[in-house]
Design a protein around this ligand. Structure first.
Ligand SMILES: Cc1cc2nc3c(=O)[nH]c(=O)nc-3n(C[C@H](O)[C@H](O)[C@H](O)COP(=O)(O)OP(=O)(O)OC[C@H]3O[C@@H](n4cnc5c(N)ncnc54)[C@H](O)[C@@H]3O)c2cc1C
Length: 493
């Protein structure tokens, strides 16, 4: 990329990540802005992989209050009620906006078709193409982004660090060079790639969160990592695992072992089903999702993407049960933000999965995250427009080495010690393995923040299960900053 292009973009708000949160923010910003994305638009974003759909109380028997009650119940006492109310109340308007923009939500007899998913008390999941919801929403938004003159997309470009002077953001280091700016939105998604088995793309590794935390931003609820109960068991068993969506269980598929015996109730919340499968596998069983007798539908018609993924491993889901096991899926924690999406560092906002708004608490309700990504992107953009452009005065020429992104050991350690079951010994092992690298390695920093938060939570709640503290205690939230980590003085640069 030319220096001339970079200097032409100086001062514009920078959006890190081109998932739903980043694209929603760009489309809501009235001023010119820049999107950084390590891959071509639409690729390598969890948003494009979303299968089930997006939740909103639009059915004739449904109300935002019911959607809020289900979200609060899933959050296990830690969701912030005002945030839950605000998001669920705004959800029907989000659907209207997406329809106005051209998202082709599925209809039955001309009426929007609503699916039921686990732990929702009403049918309220809007979907497209059976299991292609995220890809269709993203394609619609990408078309709009490409048609807008005020949005510059820098593909093959990643955030590499923040420059903060006198407590304010002065610019961002990118893989293409330094960009002076007084506003940056971190929309870099979750932390799935830090686990050896995850449903999310490999670029979703928490690096935006790590850079913001290093710049001083506070993080919250980092210990809450959601494992999807039914990721497709592929031959290699490492890397990105295709998802077999909750909607398959909603449509009537049942969980069985190698003898065809049922061992749990499929429609319980994600954490409960994931632990039941994990325990059954540990007892030596294989676990399958049997979708051969769905209600009211044929598997391959309702779930074409899942059918294709099954065929790729030689399984026909209409003839045989699908082999599944849990995999890391979603991070409830992230950069602690207020109602406008502001982090604790002036000039740095966060949205989508990279942020922690308090919506999900200890456990996310299925199909609430596309909704949150769209809305938090919108709200942050409105606030960035409100704050307006600020002239950047740099006291010195910024220099900084790019951080390495990954440590080979992290995925194995995260899966082993910050997985479905945790305890003091394992979390201390993870923390002490990660601490020496937190200054220079993004994965190590995120791992240390997860481990430290999980150590602080001496109870079991929602997706966080401590075998040494299996009981639930009074609710409290965990927040941390980089300087709270017990990094030995000699290791700090
Ligand atoms: C397989 C799967 C199925 C899902 N199904 C559903 C569903 O049906 N309904 C639902 O509500 N939710 C679902 N989710 C969750 C949901 O998709 C995500 O939580 C949501 O899309 C997150 O959006 P985002 O914009 O925050 O992040 P993402 O869509 O993950 O986008 C983040 C972007 O940031 C980029 N990035 C990362 N680091 C950097 C960096 N340093 N510099 C620049 N860019 C960077 C990434 O490449 C990526 O493009 C699913 C998730 C997965 C993985």
């Amino acid at each position: 990329m030319s220096k001339a292009l970079l200097s032409a973009l100086a001062g514009q708000p920078v959006i890190v990540g081109a998932g739903l949160a980043g694209l929603s923010a760009a489309l809501h910003l009235r001023q010119p802005c820049v999107i950084l994305t390590p891959s071509p638009l639409g690729l390598e974003a969890a948003s494009s992989l979303a299968q089930g759909g997006i939740a909103a109380a639009i059915g004739s028997d449904d109300f935002p209050e019911l959607h809020a009650a289900d979200t609060l119940a899933a959050g296990a006492g830690l969701s912030v009620p005002e945030v839950v109310r605000r998001v669920t109340t705004a959800a029907p308007q989000v659907i209207q906006t997406l329809l106005d923009w051209g998202v082709p939500f599925a209809r039955k007899n001309g009426v929007l078709d609503l699916h039921l998913e686990a732990a929702h008390s009403r049918k309220r999941i809007l979907h497209i193409g059976g299991d292609g919801s995220g890809a269709a929403i993203m394609q619609t938004l990408i078309r709009r982004v490409l048609a807008r003159e005020n949005i510059t997309v820098l593909e093959d470009t990643s955030l590499k660090g923040f420059m903060v002077q006198d407590g304010r953001l002065r610019g961002v280091h990118t893989s293409a060079g330094f960009l002076p700016t007084s506003a940056c939105l971190v929309a870099s998604g979750g932390i799935g790639a830090l686990y050896s088995e995850a449903t999310s793309p490999s670029t979703v590794s928490g690096s935006g969160l790590a850079h913001a935390a290093r710049a001083g931003a506070r993080v919250a609820d980092m210990e809450f990592t959601q494992f999807h109960p039914t990721a497709l068991k592929t031959g290699s068993m490492t890397g990105r695992r295709p998802l077999v969506s909750e909607a398959v269980r909603g449509a009537g598929a049942i969980l069985v072992n190698e003898k065809g015996e049922r061992f749990t109730d499929e429609l319980q919340s994600r954490d409960v089903v994931a632990r039941a499968i994990f325990a059954h596998i540990r007892e030596g069983h294989d676990v399958f999702l049997d979708g051969r007798r769905l209600r009211e539908t044929v598997f391959s018609q309702q779930f074409p993407a899942i059918t294709a993924a099954c065929h790729a491993i030689g399984v026909d889901p209409e003839k045989s049960p699908i082999p599944v096991s849990p995999a890391m899926h979603y991070h409830m924690g992230g950069l602690d933000v207020d109602a406008r999406g502001r982090t604790s560092v002036s000039g740095v906002w966060a949205a989508g999965e990279a942020a922690c708004t308090g919506l999900h608490g200890a456990n996310r309700l299925a199909s609430n995250s596309l909704l949150e990504a769209f809305l938090t992107g919108q709200w942050a953009a409105e606030d960035i427009d409100h704050v307006g452009y600020q002239h950047i005065l740099l006291r010195s020429v910024p220099t900084r080495q790019a951080h390495s992104q990954f440590s080979g050991q992290i995925p194995k350690l995260m899966s082993e010690y910050a997985g479905i079951l945790r305890d003091e010994t394992g979390l201390q092992t993870l923390l002490h393995a990660a601490l020496p690298d937190v200054e220079t390695n993004d994965g190590a920093l995120v791992a240390a923040l997860v481990a430290q938060s999980a150590l602080k939570r001496r109870e079991s709640r929602g997706s966080h299960y401590r075998t040494d503290y299996p009981e639930i205690t009074d609710p409290y939230r965990t927040t941390l900053t980089f300087s709270d980590l017990p990094v030995p003085e000699r290791l700090l640069s």
